[in-house]
Design a protein around this ligand. Structure first.
Ligand code: FAD
Length: 428
């Protein structure tokens, strides 16, 4: 017989909304805690920036969002859809295939109101602590929260962590001489508009979507923009698209006078460093007595990036994988969790799940992959297949075709051209 549980979902971004929907579908009693005054998480653009632009001061007032004003999606609508609620069939304010962030927010708001999720959300309510009370016969969670300063404590049967992982900057630790840098530096988490870079010589570290987008935007106002990335080849300084934007290899060293020299031999006297180097996992409220360990780029042990074996299925995480097709991945993870909680789906034993995680870590080691690749889905199409199998669903042919074509465009044209390549076939 199906079991109905009292479940706390932490966060009302994409992950929290999909979790709430699937849990509700399984008749669980759901409370969604959301510290912000509106839903959408990442997609609720927030123009504020933090007092510490690098985002490392533990005493700063944290701004959750990391979107920049001009940001457009880096995936087409077809790949930002739910299986039965398609972004490609909706238009709110921007009909493009790769729309602006406001269009995504409106889609999520529509999703929440269509499936009556908004009434489950407690806005302006931050979860300050989740303590696991775990014995041989019973697992419960004591959830402490604050709403406008008022403290509450409640007990839940299960917790789904959906607090996002694009807020705590990850900074490089291997730049020789960085400790002597006395000029400005910031992380892309605190970038909103290009105006502050007017007439500056800017060094951007990173090579992902944010580095690519921001370098082009900043080049429209800055004097010079120099991108530096580990993956760029040594000895290949190249002018990319704009006449004041260059691509370099890694920084070799920074001299005491602030001159920065890249491994390709070029030196610049930069005014500011902008780090587009990604984010760390951060779950400050979770107290599990060591059963779950959160380290910069790894949360573990997690069976298939979702369940900590010792506490499965009562504790789970949605949205931990990086660089995948987030909407689909989160929907399928949520369905798996909801079904596991109502015992429609059985998980392997604790020992089997732990062995699976151990094997996965060992495989990474054999391939020479660092810990920061733990939750990356790059080149792992089998993960989505696994999730489909858990939820008893089959990937639609149309979605399969779009994924294949999108991946093909990306491999052929890279960041510089994949959007145009995709639009050529699918139209704007
Ligand atoms: P979030 O959206 O971060 O939501 C987490 C929520 O939890 C927030 O509302 C937060 O306020 C709340 N919260 C956190 N802590 C607490 C607490 N203690 N108590 C209560 N509430 C709490 N994905 C795509 O699919 N396509 C794209 O084009 C794309 N572009 C991106 C561009 C940028 C610059 C960034 C940063 C991300 C992008 N992503 C993109 C990834 C995007 O983050 C995911 O699509 C998705 O929004 C993540 O959802 P989430 O719910 O896991 O986290």
């Amino acid at each position: 017989m199906a079991t109905s549980l009292k479940v706390a979902v932490i966060g009302a971004g994409l992950a929290g909304l999909t979790a709430a929907r699937e849990l509700q579908r399984e008749s669980h009693q759901v409370v969604v805690f959301e510290k912000f005054h509106r839903l959408g998480g990442t997609w609720a653009y927030d123009p504020r920036v933090e007092s510490d632009l690098l985002g490392v001061d533990p005493n700063r007032d944290i701004v959750h969002g990391s979107l920049y004003y001009s940001m457009r999606t880096n995936l087409p609508r077809e790949l930002m859809s739910f299986t039965d609620f398609k972004f490609s069939e909706k238009v709110y304010c921007d009909p493009r295939k790769f729309p602006c962030h406001d269009e995504v927010l409106k889609f999520l708001e529509d999703f929440a109101s269509t499936f009556e999720l908004t009434k489950l959300i407690r806005f302006n309510t931050v979860v300050t602590e989740v303590e696991v009370v775990d014995s041989e016969i019973l697992t419960k969670f004591v959830v402490e929260s604050k709403t406008n300063g008022v403290h509450s404590v409640e007990v839940f049967d299960a917790v789904v962590v959906c607090n996002g992982h694009n807020t705590e900057p990850q900074l490089p630790t291997d730049i020789p001489g960085i400790e002597t840098w006395s000029k400005n530096q910031m992380h892309s988490h605190n970038y909103r508009v290009p105006a502050p870079f007017l007439d500056q010589i800017v060094v951007i570290i990173g090579s992902g979507p944010s580095a690519t987008d921001l370098s082009r935007e900043i080049a429209t106002v800055a004097k010079e923009v120099h991108m530096s990335s580990r993956s760029a080849l040594v000895n290949t300084p190249k002018l990319v698209k704009c006449n004041n934007l260059w691509q370099h290899s890694k920084i070799n060293y920074i001299s005491a006078d602030g001159t920065m020299t890249f491994q390709d031999g070029v030196s610049v006297e930069a005014d500011i460093i902008l780090y587009c180097t990604g984010y760390k996992y951060h779950v400050p409220f979770l107290k599990t007595n060591g059963m779950v360990c959160v380290r910069d780029k790894r949360i573990g042990p997690l069976y298939k990036h979702v369940f900590p074996p010792r506490l499965a299925p009562r504790l789970s995480f949605v949205g931990i994988p990086e660089k995948g097709f987030t909407f689909l991945t989160m929907e399928l993870q949520s369905r798996w969790i909801a079904n596991a909680l109502s015992r429609k789906v059985l998980l392997p034993s604790e020992d089997e799940m732990l062995s699976d995680v151990d094997e996965y870590y060992q495989e990474m080691e054999e391939k020479g992959l660092q810990e920061n690749h733990t939750h990356s889905l790059v080149k792992k199409p089998q993960y989505l297949e696994f999730l489909y199998a858990q939820s008893g669903m089959v990937m639609e042919k149309q979605i399969k075709d779009v994924i294949e074509y999108f991946t093909h465009c990306y491999v052929m044209a890279g960041f510089d051209g994949y959007m145009d390549a995709f639009l050529e076939k699918y139209g704007i």
